[in-house]
Design a protein around this ligand. Sequence first.
Ligand code: 6PG
Length: 240
Amino acid sequence: MKRDVQVFESPAAATAALAEKFAAAAINSKGNFYVALSGGSTPRALYALLAAEYRDRLPWDRLHFFWGDERCVPVGHADRNDLMATEAMLSKVPVPRVNIHSMPAELEDHEEAARRYDELLRKSLHWPSRFDWIFLGLGADGHTASLFPGTDAVWEKTRLAVPVWVEKLNSHRLTLTLPVLNSAAVVAFLAVGADKSENAALAIEGAALPKIPASLVRPPGGELLWYLDRDAASRLSARA
Ligand code: 6PG
């Protein structure tokens, strides 16, 4: 596994650098380029930047977008990760609609929803082929995607997507599992803000521990990127 930890003066600088890194990988690729998008708030600026600055440079017709996780709420709900990415980027660029693969997280039956996405991934990626690029965020508690500490999802070894109940958020979610994340060609964490500093340091410099799910994302055959602002990097022992 190659690893690249970069620290930037500001969230905007970290975002711009990761956008450029992603764009270079996508532009230099051949054929379909499979991407999993992260949710939450941090990547919104990244997606907006890709739409604004790379609209005419990215090979949108070859890019296929999936999600790393989704909240189990109706389509169009303000909490949906696919809504955020659509508003920030996908509605503003010429990506074919058929290349956008939301998680069916609106289904009442969360097991069925996860099964359908697992099936879609196996078919789309020609599993065990892999994602070319997975964006991930970092929760202040060390979660990534919806792999939260203490949930069974962290231990899943065969299914590619599973439902997860997040007690502290009183929320049902769907999430990709570690077998998928760790098979990717590139996994790129974008973490900004002081509240991420403790778990960023543990995930980057510590052991791979289930209590810090982000620390378990180490793609053996791929490249692991950590792009941080100086606040999120403030507890790293060796400045990258
Ligand atoms: C989600 C995300 C989640 C996110 C972290 C960080 O659905 O919430 O996929 O894993 O990346 O919670 O969220 P922020 O970027 O909002 O801090």
